[in-house]
Design a binder for this molecule. Structure first.
Ligand code: SF4
Length: 81
């Protein structure tokens, strides 16, 4: 995983609870895509417990916050690390 600096955010996604609404892919397609089963996956995500984790750019904070707030099952977390 890319080293996390002040220019980065950490994205966590609890993929197992996804209901496949597509909102995160529509909001932040550089970080989320729908898989062959119609569920969202975090692009380049690495497993961390029940979450997948990846690094995002701070310049994409607005789109990521929108994905986090919009997810109907609340399984996206954006944080500083
Ligand atoms: S917004 Fe949430 S429920 Fe909808 S596809 Fe993305 S992760 Fe799944």
């Amino acid at each position: 995983m890319t080293k996390v600096t002040k220019a980065h955010l950490v994205i966590r996604h609890k993929a197992l609870e996804c209901i496949g609404c597509c909102l995160c892919e529509e909001t932040a397609p550089q970080y989320f895509r729908m898989d062959d089963n119609g569920m969202a996956e975090l692009i380049d995500g690495e497993a961390e417990g029940v979450f997948y984790k990846a690094v995002g750019l701070k310049m994409d904070q607005e789109e990521l916050a929108e994905a986090e707030e919009g997810c109907p099952v609340d399984i996206i977390r954006i944080s500083a690390q």
